[in-house]
Design a protein around this ligand. Structure first.
Ligand code: GCU
Length: 386
């Protein structure tokens, strides 16, 4: 009983705004050598690479780019899917390195009447595979394919387990077989890095796929998938828009607020997500050279949409909003002004006509049709400007 109490004490969650400690966020516009960043060029040439590196070395691990070859194999094509409304294309993406390979299975629906190529929403699926059922026997609000194709957009998904099983004892059996050196490096990638790497290989495929408008790819992730969508979009500038849904700790929420889930807790429950170096920051949020607003800043000038749910305090809705707010000054270097209010908007009220978008939906930790409706509107607004 005593042990149990101890464990509860160690991980007691803090949901009281008045107990958020005073904190100072690292300044995205100040280089490590103390130079103030005043324009987009200096951001891109000096500070951005530095910040990317800090996230790589301290949190998510490296993102290796070398592989021997990649192949795209169409495994199924049905021009009359979804009752004739859409084209279904399933593709196997095989990537080889050092005599080993991984296969990513991609499901893609393209609206039948669309003037091609069309923008696409790509989901990093971290939940059941039946959520992205190609036969549409199961229709899940988590991936509302009909709703998206009816809106004139394509929708695609791959499952994280193709890259790394979401399991501390098995995560290395996927992509990491191709990059064994990552397992030995203190800044080596683990599961979330591998999932993000997979999103980029899907992007490689889109570049060869005539059905898809490669300038208009929206990357979507929920929760651990939303941590991944941010990291992938920060690394790979081909993603046009990033959506991060209820991504919380080490996603869109500020770590220094120590509200809801904390670094020690996430590293303990999910030791296979982030690099070994990240464990150094257990209970030491303030020692991090970055905070999560800087991850959002790395995506600039591309639009970012973040969400929360009112009953999901674990993911710190206020901390997510503040992360977006503190990224604003990097977007401002590009002359982009966000329309976010000074304080979080009312529940269910979406800020969409803004380079940084946000809503806090009533309800629990999930991704719903309400959320998707706003992702579609956000994309429509920003793609109209392109
Ligand atoms: C856990 C974890 C979160 C994560 C969530 C999810 O709650 O603590 O960090 O976002 O799972 O992926 O649903």
């Amino acid at each position: 009983a005593l042990l149990f109490c101890n464990a509860t004490f160690v991980f007691a969650q803090q949901y009281d705004e008045s107990k958020v400690p005073a904190y100072t966020l690292p300044d995205p516009l100040l280089t490590l050598s103390g130079q103030a960043v005043k324009d987009a060029r200096t951001w891109e040439n000096a500070r951005r690479p530095e910040v990317l590196r800090l996230f790589e070395d301290n949190i998510y691990g490296q993102m290796p780019r070398d592989f021997d070859s990649i192949r795209f194999i169409t495994t199924r094509e049905d021009a009359r899917a979804m009752g004739g409304k859409a084209l279904l294309k399933e593709t196997r993406i095989d990537v080889y390195r050092g005599g080993q390979s991984v296969s990513i299975h991609l499901t893609l629906f393209v609206p039948g009447k669309a003037s091609r190529p069309v923008p696409v929403f790509l989901l990093i699926n971290n939940r059941g595979k039946n959520n992205t059922d190609a036969d549409r026997k199961t229709k899940s609000p988590f991936w509302p394919a009909e709703m998206v194709t009816d809106s004139g957009y394509a929708i695609a998904a791959f499952h994280v387990s193709d890259l790394a099983p979401d399991d501390a004892s098995a995560y290395a059996s996927g992509l990491l077989r191709l990059y064994p050196e990552q397992l030995r490096a203190p800044n080596g990638m683990k599961a979330i890095g591998a999932w993000a790497w997979g999103a980029s290989r899907v992007m490689d495929y889109f570049m060869k796929e005539k059905l898809v408008d490669t300038k208009k790819v929206v990357l979507v992730g929920h929760s651990r998938g939303g941590k991944t969508s941010l990291w992938a979009a920060a690394q790979d500038q081909r993603f046009a828009i990033c959506v991060t849904n209820c991504s919380g700790n080490t996603g869109a929420a500020l770590a220094r607020r120590q509200f809801g889930e904390r670094i020690k807790r996430i590293n303990t429950s999910f030791p296979h997500w982030f690099s070994d170096n990240y464990k150094k920051y257990n209970d030491r949020e303030n020692d991090l050279p970055v905070d999560q607003h800087m991850l959002i800043a790395l995506i600039a000038p591309r639009p970012v949409y973040a969400t929360n749910a009112t009953k999901d305090l674990w993911a710190d809705p206020t901390g997510t909003f503040l992360s977006l707010k503190n990224a604003e000054k990097v977007f401002a270097l590009y002359g982009l002004r966000s329309a976010l209010p000074a304080a979080p908007p009312p529940v269910n009220q979406a800020v969409e006509n803004s380079i940084l978008g946000y809503h806090n939906r009533e309800g629990v930790h999930d991704m719903t049709e309400f959320d998707w409706r706003h992702f579609i509107r956000f994309a429509r607004i920003h793609f109209a400007k392109k």
